[in-house]
Ligand binder design. Structure first.
Ligand code: PLP
Length: 456
């Protein structure tokens, strides 16, 4: 490839594009080593220089079916030719959206009743909060409106979804979180407040904090609790086994709704179709996105329970139409991508592969990192996994946040494997396409070891 073409493109990129979660000044100055990706096949992507990378993070845990799937691309093309768009306001519809809604509800837990389509995980979480608020207003409890989330959670970058996100950098200088959005502790046993705490004591401590928050604020002011079944962006953190059962018991006792944010865990990543199955959750709302279309087109959904749907139905009988609509809700081209993706998930056995490869992935990481003095923990569920590093794991002497993790991830990239440095710690995260094989897993694990040995 003529390097001058790359130079010109890179200059246009610096001069015209404002990138998400990027150091704006460094990028504009040309100090960020950007990568312009041009193609992909299976678990591999290729950049403009022809360099191949094994993408062990499925872009942003979303290209779950892998790159280059013609079945999905063809479905998108066919639908765009037939009907690129018509809106779904006032009960109008399009065939792919209706078919996809049926496929999603066939797969969702039995007590769920309807799906409302959006375009991103962030907007689906905004929808969930609005519908949860409306549910309580319609029940004559308008003051029940606060939302409890957790530190280290990621629920999006909007005003409401960003308020629910529990990462400081997403709040600072944005006037977030909004009033009424609260955060309790995240269930990461490794970072328990006291090294001597058993896992059971740690869960008691978490539940105690949650109960205290609810009592302090007043149960009559709390609308919903939102959580990722297993936390993703906060560091890929499966919760202790008893955690969700205990949380749900508290929520039920105080008439607080549960929003399960399945944007990462949905459609197989946790080793079951939904993380709610893996952790035995009975949510009132489920947020879905990413894996729903394997990111071949933007699409998200808010799945609502029968009890919420019943109240919303009554509400429109009393007050008229549900005044909440995105132009592109139920976009037919995205829905066509969704249908093709769900069919591929079945045909390729991706949920089963995630379930089978999850332990293989964790074992490979453990084997590769065996004896490394800075490994504090190897953890994961299904095909999401992480390795957290510390200066001295035995004495819980942590590295300063983001000092080591990003360097290891970058050293992996240099060796042709993409992983992700998770924020606010020194954790390297993995969430590969669900079609990954044992040989590819071995490459990922060995590359992590080589990168860690280089950096530490
Ligand atoms: N919820 C979770 C759990 C996520 O991980 C993300 C994105 O990573 C979102 C919501 C936001 O989704 P989007 O980036 O599509 O708005």
């Amino acid at each position: 490839l003529d390097p001058r073409i790359n130079d010109e493109l890179a200059a246009w990129d610096r001069d015209h594009l404002l990138h998400p979660t990027t150091h704006t000044a460094n990028h504009a100055r040309g100090d960020v080593p950007g990568r312009i990706v041009t193609g992909g096949e299976g678990v591999y992507i290729e950049d403009r220089d022809g360099k191949r990378y094994l993408d062990a993070f499925a872009a942003l845990y979303c290209v779950n079916a892998g790159y280059g799937r013609t079945e999905i691309a063809d479905a998108i093309s066919e639908q765009a030719h037939k009907l690129a768009f018509f809106h779904s306001f006032a009960g109008q519809g399009n065939e792919p959206a209706i078919r996809l809604a049926k496929m999603i509800m066939d797969r969702a837990p039995d007590h769920m009743a309807r799906v409302y389509f959006g375009l991103s995980g962030s907007d689906a979480n905004e929808t969930n909060v609005k519908l949860a608020w409306q549910y309580n207003v319609l029940r004559g409890k308008p003051e029940k409106r606060k939302i409890i989330s957790r530190w280290r959670a990621y629920h999006g970058s909007g005003i409401v979804s960003g308020s629910m996100t529990g990462l400081q950098s997403y709040h600072a200088r944005f006037h977030l979180p909004l009033d009424g959005f609260l955060h309790t502790h995240s269930p990461q046993y490794l970072r328990r407040p006291d090294a001597d705490m058993s896992e059971a004591d740690f869960v008691n401590w978490l539940i105690g904090d949650l109960e205290a928050m609810i009592e302090r604020e007043g149960p009559d002011t709390i609308c919903a609790f939102i959580g990722e079944p297993a936390m993703g962006t906060g560091g890929i953190m499966p919760p202790p086994e008893s955690y969700w059962g205990r949380v749900q018991e508290v929520l039920e006792r105080h008439d607080i709704l549960l929003i399960a944010d399945e944007v990462v865990t949905g459609f197989g990543r946790s080793g079951q179709m939904f993380g709610s199955e893996t952790y035995d959750l009975k949510p009132d709302f489920m947020t879905i996105a990413k894996g729903l279309t394997s990111a071949y087109a933007p699409l998200s959904g808010s799945i609502i329970s029968q009890r919420v749907f019943d109240v919303l139905m009554q509400g429109t009988d009393d007050f008229g139409p549900l005044a909440h609509g995105w132009t592109y809700s139920a976009h037919p081209v995205s829905a066509a991508a969704g249908i093709a993706t769900l069919n591929l998930i079945d045909d390729m056995g991706l949920v089963e592969n995630a379930r089978a490869m999850g332990p293989v992935f964790q074992e490979a990481l453990k084997d590769a990192m065996d004896g490394h003095p800075n490994v504090a923990e190897v953890r994961g569920v299904g095909l999401m996994a992480a390795v957290e590093f510390a200066a001295d794991p035995a004495t819980r002497d942590w590295f300063a946040p983001m000092t080591v993790g990003p360097k290891i991830a970058e050293a992996m990239t240099q060796r042709g494997v993409i992983a992700r440095a998770m924020p606010e710690a020194n954790t390297v995260g993995f969430a590969p396409p669900l079609c990954i094989t044992p040989d590819e897993i071995t490459i990922v694990a060995q590359t992590l070891r080589a990168a860690a040995d280089e950096v530490l």
